[in-house]
Each structure stands twice: as structure tokens, then as C-alpha cells.
Design a protein around this ligand. Structure first.
Ligand SMILES: Nc1nc2c(ncn2[C@@H]2O[C@H](COP(=O)(O)OP(=O)(O)OP(=O)(O)O)[C@@H](O)[C@H]2O)c(=O)[nH]1
Ligand SMILES: [Mg+2]
Length: 278
């Protein structure tokens, strides 16, 4: 325990005086563990932007997403990281699984034209505009004051109706097969990148059993390559979350419990990254 602390302190001191200033930090883990949610939260906090789509569908991220130049100040010292949000790792990918999920919000974004005439009239009234005229006239009138990004909120608040053809649809078989193919490529890419990252954040869903093939294989691989790793016990806002189960499963590793959604305990994560960096 004491040796461990001394080693960490040494690593921290090395970091302060060491040559390497920018580190490549890969966020790895199983699908749906919350990797993109964390990357988005960090990017939003430091750079005011998000990196990628988050959804309950596994393999939402199928290409590596980069967040560059994040400066962490810990104990008065600066650490610059390039974060890599990896596709989720899985031992099996079955296209049928994707058929249960709706297409992403990005591919089904709303336009004024997608609403019924009655709904367009409701928006016009709300904006204090005339609600007279054909659909084309209403759309032209509204497009001057309504931004498309406002439509989801307006739709919920005013109970607007969307044309049937624009309703949310689930993935077709062909789309699902394409997702499965992309997800498989993503897994291979993520594994290849293990040779290029300086350090890894291994994301685990703390509501689930951590002793999975993916987690065990990843940790074995990282240990063999000598890549430092911090395990993140995510979704700690949920009642079912049990970070102790993760600590007990991998006692030789540092485990930081966080909630990527709420941002809870991220300060502790930054401190741990700064303290462990080499
Ligand atoms: N309650 C809770 N939900 C979370 C948290 N982090 C992520 N989620 C949810 O978990 C689901 C998956 O999140 P993502 O960030 O897309 O997970 P991912 O690890 O990037 O998934 P892939 O890209 O598919 O590998 C989404 O529904 C998130 O809203 C958290 O801290 N708490
Ligand atoms: Mg993701």
C-alpha cells in the first residue's frame, strides 16, 4: 500500500519534470458503458463542445472520436491530453440486435416540412404570426423565425404532430447489417490503437458484473504492454451501481467511481490521471 503510494508520488513528480507534455488517453470499455458520455462531458467542461452521439444502442460509436488538447490543472501543474473515445469492445456482434433500436436522432432530425398543417398553425400562433395560408406559405413564414434546432422542444411542448412518413423508425435488416459491419471494424480499430495510446481509461458500467471476457482480456493486454490504466466505475448515480464489486474484482488496479452523466466525481478522476501519468 505504502509502496504503491510512493510509486504514484514518483510518477507524479516525473510528470511534473518529465519531457512528455501531451498524453494520448484512450477511453476503452464495453459498449454502452458510457465512454462517449464521459468524453462529451470532459469536452464540454474544457472546450465547450461535444464529441459524439450517445444512445442506449450498443456500438453507437463505431469510429474513433478525438478530443484534442484538454488541459488539466491538478495541484497547480498542467497536463495536456488528447482523448480518444473508442468504439465499444465486444466478443460477439449480432446484426439482429440493432433491429430493436430506433434510428439515431441525427438521421431523423426534424424540419418544418415534417409537421402537419394544424401543427404548423400552432407554431405560428405561438410566435404571434398569421396562421393563414397553405403548408408551403406557412413553412416559408415560419422558417424566418423558427430554427430547426428548436423543433424537438416545440414538438413536445405544443404537442405537435409529425407526418407518418417522418415518424421514428427502427433499423432495417440491411441497415442493421451495415451497423454490425461498422461495429466489427470499430472493434478492430480500437484494438489496433492499443499500440498508440499512452494511457487507458477503462470504463465499466458499475451496475453490471465486471468480470467479463472483454474486461479481463483488455486488462491482460494492457498489463502485458505495460500501459497504465485507470478503471472507471461509471453510472454511479444509479441505485444498482456497486463500484466495490469492481474494486474487488481487480484489486491491483485503481478504480474511480464516477457518473459521466451528472459529472459526479470527475475532479477525482482528473487528479488520479494527473497523479498516475508517466
Ligand atoms: N444513469 C447513467 N447513465 C449513463 C451514464 N453514462 C452513460 N449513460 C447512458 O448509457 C448509455 C450508453 O452511453 P454511451 O456514452 O453512448 O456509451 P458508450 O460506452 O460510448 O457506448 P458505445 O459507443 O456503444 O460503445 C446511454 O443511454 C447513456 O445515457 C451515467 O453515468 N449514468
Ligand atoms: Mg460511444
Amino acid at each position: 500500500m505504502v509502496t504503491n503510494l510512493i510509486n504514484r508520488l514518483k510518477a507524479f513528480i516525473n510528470n511534473i519534470f518529465g519531457e512528455k507534455k501531451t498524453i494520448k488517453l484512450g477511453i476503452y470499455g464495453e459498449p454502452n458503458s458510457g465512454k462517449t458520455t464521459l468524453a462529451n462531458k470532459i469536452a464540454m467542461d474544457f472546450l465547450g463542445e461535444t464529441v459524439g452521439e450517445v444512445s442506449e444502442m450498443p456500438h453507437t460509436t463505431r469510429m474513433i472520436q478525438k478530443v484534442e488538447h484538454i488541459e488539466i490543472n491538478s495541484n497547480g501543474k498542467k497536463l495536456i491530453m488528447n482523448l480518444l473515445d473508442m468504439p465499444g469492445l465486444a466478443t460477439q456482434i449480432d446484426y439482429k440486435e440493432f433491429m430493436r433500436f430506433y434510428k439515431s436522432a441525427a438521421s431523423t432530425s426534424l424540419a418544418l416540412n415534417d409537421f402537419t398543417v394544424a401543427s404548423l398553425k400552432k407554431i405560428a400562433k405561438e410566435r404571434g404570426l398569421s396562421d393563414k395560408g397553405t403548408k408551403k406559405v406557412l413553412v416559408t413564414r415560419l422558417s424566418k423565425t423558427v430554427d430547426e434546432s428548436e423543433l424537438p422542444e416545440l414538438k413536445d411542448r405544443l404537442n405537435l404532430k409529425v407526418l407518418k412518413s417522418k415518424k421514428k423508425k427502427k433499423h432495417s435488416k440491411i441497415e442493421s447489417q451495415k451497423i454490425a459491419e461498422e461495429a466489427t471494424k470499430g472493434v478492430i480499430e480500437a484494438i489496433k490503437w492499443l499500440d498508440n495510446v499512452d494511457s487507458v481509461l477503462l470504463m465499466m458500467d458499475a451496475t453490471k458484473d465486471p468480470l467479463t471476457q472483454v474486461n479481463i482480456m483488455l486488462l491482460g493486454n494492457l498489463e502485458a504492454k505495460g500501459i497504465p490504466v485507470i478503471i472507471i466505475a461509471n453510472k454511479n448515480d444509479l441505485e444498482k451501481a456497486d463500484p466495490t464489486r469492481i474494486e474487488n474484482a481487480f484489486p491491483q488496479h485503481t478504480v474511480v467511481p464516477v457518473s459521466a452523466s451528472t459529472g459526479n466525481n470527475l475532479e477525482m478522476l482528473y487528479e488520479t490521471i494527473a497523479a498516475q501519468e508517466i
